[in-house]
Design a protein around this ligand. Structure first.
Ligand SMILES: [Zn+2]
Length: 147
């Protein structure tokens, strides 16, 4: 969920919001539509997700989309089964190589695919912590103990 969506993403979302013109209570108010587009851009994982959200909304109701509907819509339409495509940095791999403080290591990428993988890592880690059989034990990350 990027807090500062790219110009390309924003332009795409402004287009998508325009597709709602036939909805009941649609107001051709530029400020209002810009706000909706910005919220859509912040909540969508990528351009395909934004399109999917608007398509889902149009098939669900004739009512105009409200800002408060967007987050739930993003959750409901998120692509949980398949991962987004990687970017040019991580395409075809699950990690990227990083140089830090004279050492070399790996981490998840910052693109939509990397963020989904990082979120899954966190969910697995918190599931392990909440499992009574393993809680209270530190995790060995490969080169250090992490509490
Ligand atoms: Zn990437």
């Amino acid at each position: 969920m990027p807090e500062n969506p790219s110009k390309k993403m924003l332009a795409h979302c402004i287009n998508e919001i325009g597709r709602l013109e036939g909805q009941d209570y649609f107001k051709a108010n530029e400020v209002l539509l810009d706000d909706l587009a910005t919220t859509l851009a912040i909540c969508a994982d990528d351009v395909e997700h934004a399109t999917k959200m608007i398509t889902a909304w149009k098939s669900r109701t004739r009512q105009m989309l409200h800002e408060s509907d967007i987050r739930e819509l993003a959750d409901k339409t998120a692509n949980r089964g398949t991962l987004p495509k990687g970017c040019s940095k991580c395409l075809g791999t699950d990690f990227i190589i990083v140089e830090h403080a004279g050492g070399t290591g790996v981490r998840r990428c910052e693109c939509p695919r990397g963020r989904v993988l990082a979120k899954l890592d966190q969910e697995r880690e918190s599931a392990r912590r909440n499992d009574p059989a393993f809680s209270g034990l530190p995790t060995f990350t490969g080169n250090e103990w992490k509490n």
